[in-house]
Design a protein around this ligand. Structure first.
Ligand code: PHB
Length: 394
């Protein structure tokens, strides 16, 4: 049995847990992180990759500028492609903001290295089974390492940042849960090829949605809408490319750059919200608290925002400023989350085709896209929502 005594016990070493641990360290507050997976698995699990402007600013103020400079690419807009043509939205011109392409697994690696450099305690392959004393002043996290050793983490506060299959969440009494399911999924793949465009291309077509994203000069990330029951192993490279070509076809000179496909997955879609995010001394953050569909890549940004405001509440508590910041955490986090949930839902339904879409629905969807991209108010709504609202106001 190994016992740790710390101030904040964090369940989950993904971006929310590690950023919170790092921010607490900067404020002189100790934490111990328990993460069920091994480091290599998290570092190689492909997730979305767009950071809102405020997320980039948060990472910079957290002293992670070196990682941001080295590993992100600033994009000043996106392309919306429909009816066979691409329409550019210039975020800088529309709302004076940009986003940054920064793969979530890369951000994880940066945060994990930073915690290591700072001597942080991150226990990988350590699975939490229970937390006791959530209504008392020193709760205890019970966990077990991959080698069977028992671990106890005694702390003042417990943070559940352990993703959409959260164990921490199950330790809370039944609270309100809200779910929405979507009748589609994304087929995601990585390809060895040069970028097909300078920025991301979100495509709507009668065959369904497609997204051309990027990772580096030599590796690209792409997705297309598929049925949630699809099995990625049943898709040959030819079949994948013919889907992509059909959806991106047009009468302009756009040419999709293809190459060997290096990994494939089917990503389910759902919206999920848990309310409130606090029970006694336990607080939920990131995907443990809420899930948004991947269109618009907001999940990581919400997780970073949760970490930021939890840190503010904890820092103020330890500086003797009282527990007001902790008491308002749930409401503040959920306020931004519902706004993001609403945008992600809107962008998802705007860009995808429900099964059995008829010609009326196709034409209506194209007309909505035409309206959004041609009206100043539509362009600004999309630009402002996609780049994200300042953390101070939302
Ligand atoms: C990605 O690059 O993986 C990505 C980008 C934008 C999205 C979703 C995923 O909306």
């Amino acid at each position: 049995m190994h016992t740790y005594s710390t101030q904040v016990g964090i369940i989950g070493g993904g971006p929310a847990g590690l950023l919170l641990s790092h921010l607490l360290h900067l404020s002189g507050v100790e934490s111990v992180v328990c993460e069920a997976r091994d480091e290599e698995t998290i570092a190689t699990t492909h997730r979305a990759g767009i950071l809102e402007q405020a997320s980039v600013e948060l990472l910079r103020t957290a002293g992670l500028s070196h990682a941001v400079e080295a590993n992100s690419h600033e994009h000043r807009g996106v392309y919306l492609r429909f009816s066979g043509r691409s329409h550019h939205l210039d975020f800088t011109e529309l709302v004076g903001a940009t986003v940054s392409l920064y793969a979530q697994n890369q951000l994880f690696t940066d945060l994990a290295e930073q915690r290591r450099r700072d001597g942080g305690t991150v226990l990988y392959e350590t699975t939490v089974s229970d937390v006791q004393g959530l209504q008392e002043t020193r709760p205890v996290i019970h966990a077990r390492t991959v080698n069977g050793e028992e671990v106890r983490v005694e702390c003042d506060f417990v943070i559940g940042a352990d993703g959409s299959r959260s164990v921490a969440r199950t330790l809370m009494p039944a609270a309100a849960e809200h779910r929405h399911s979507y009748p589609y999924a994304w087929f995601g793949f990585l390809v060895e090829a040069p970028p097909s465009a300078d920025e991301l291309i979100y495509t709507h077509s009668p065959q369904g949605f497609a997204l051309v994203s990027q990772r580096s000069d030599t590796v690209q990330r792409m997705y297309f809408q598929c049925d949630p029951s699809e099995n990625a192993d049943e898709w040959s490279e030819d079949r994948i490319w013919s889907e992509m070509h059909a959806r991106l076809a047009g009468d302009d000179d756009f040419a999709l750059k293809t190459g060997p496909i290096i990994s494939t997955t089917v990503l389910p879609f759902r919206s999920y919200v848990r309310e409130p995010l606090r029970h006694g001394r336990l607080f939920l953050a990131g995907d443990a608290a809420h899930t948004v569909p991947p269109t618009g890549a907001k999940g990581l940004n919400l997780a970073l925002h949760d970490a930021k405001i939890l840190h503010e509440g904890l820092e103020s508590f330890y500086r003797g400023g009282g527990s007001q910041g902790l008491e308002s955490y749930s409401e503040r986090a959920l306020r931004r989350m519902w706004r993001v949930q609403s945008f992600s839902y809107w962008l998802t339904t705007l860009m995808h085709n429900p099964p059995g879409q008829d010609e009326f629905s196709n034409r209506r969807a194209a007309a909505e896209l035409e309206a959004i991209t041609s009206m100043g108010s539509g362009r600004r709504y999309l630009a402002e929502s996609y780049t994200g609202w300042p953390h101070e106001t939302w």
